[in-house]
Design a protein around this ligand. Structure first.
Ligand code: ACO
Length: 273
């Protein structure tokens, strides 16, 4: 298949409040074309505030999670349209990664295979990440003559040490899923045939947490990384007050079940929603 329709570049299904979203160009190792980037934004839009969805998982069809940007359709074809063409393609890709970074629902990257270059954008955008042990992660930009742009260099330095980020991006060598855990790219690595079960398990835990607290928490963890201690303290105070203002009932229920009903302990699990 050479020309997959835009609508087919992303697949998704909702099962028990988990949205399983897939890069769906397996014949092109799920590399990100402008069509795929536009379609992904539409899919994220459709799922974000749906009451049927509590957690979003991003995975890939076939042997790849994503082979990064489509060197032909994203780079060569858009560059042929001049600077305006490149900028439009960049807005479309960076746009959905940013949308995913601040998504309303918790997100999990389920990295089933290849993950290259531009793929580091959505990898970092997902709140949690689980990989197949045999998945391969690479900043291959250096291998075809560019720097790790589109946020990839930033992601590497956010997730791993300076020395590792430098080696990874200068050498163009891949690391496997287990090394990706050691480097901090992903939470866990598992044999491929156990990956989906583990991600389902994690998603099901998240589904039982207070959704307002989940959104406030994921944003807090991302925001405070760039703040001084005092600024973080202040931000967190205000973020909690803002969350309280539209989640009075959930929080009060959490306190009640612990203090009055004694039906759970917050240190050991979540209250019944
Ligand atoms: N851009 C455009 N086409 C791609 C890309 C890509 N990033 N990745 C794979 N494809 C295409 C191939 O050209 C091939 O197309 P064809 O069937 O029309 O010939 C098809 O997908 C299958 O790819 P193969 O290379 O045959 O698959 P294989 O499983 O042998 O190898 C691998 C997989 C290692 C991922 C290889 O495809 C590859 O190196 N891809 C490029 C990875 C990369 O460096 N991406 C860019 C990162 S930098 C950035 O994103 C800014």
């Amino acid at each position: 298949m050479t020309d997959r329709a835009e609508a087919d570049t992303v697949a998704f299904e909702i099962i028990d409040r988990v949205a399983w979203v897939s890069f769906n160009r397996p014949e092109k190792r799920n590399c990100m074309s402008p069509k795929l980037n536009r379609r992904m934004m539409e899919v994220l839009d459709e799922l974000e505030h749906s009451p049927d969805v509590g957690v979003l998982v991003l995975t890939g069809e076939g042997t790849a999670w994503t082979a990064g940007m489509d060197l032909k359709e994203y780079f060569r074809d858009t560059e042929a349209q001049g600077l305006g063409g490149s900028r439009k393609a960049q807005r479309e890709s960076y746009g959905w990664w940013r949308r995913l970074r601040w998504y309303q629902k918790p997100t999990i990257a389920m990295v089933n295979g290849w993950c290259f270059g531009g793929g580091y954008g959505p990898l970092f955008a997902c709140d949690l990440a689980f990989a197949a042990e045999d998945a391969q992660f690479g900043l291959s930009e250096i291998n075809w003559g560019i720097l790790p742009g589109g946020g990839a260099a930033k992601v590497a330095t956010e997730l791993t040490s300076f020395r590792r980020a430098m080696y990874h991006s200068l050498m163009g060598e891949n690391i496997d899923g287990k090394t990706a855990v050691e480097w901090g790219f992903v939470n866990e690595a598992l044999p491929l045939d156990q990956l989906k079960a583990r991600v389902s398990e994690v998603a099901n835990v998240l589904l039982k947490k207070n959704p307002v607290a989940l959104k406030a928490t994921k944003d807090a963890i991302r925001r405070v990384r760039e703040m001084t201690y005092d600024n973080a303290e202040d931000y967190l105070l205000r973020a909690q007050e803002a969350a309280n203002s539209y989640d009075n009932e959930g929080r009060k229920e959490g306190i009640k079940q612990f203090i009055d009903d004694k039906t759970y302990k917050p240190g050991l699990g979540a209250y019944d929603l």
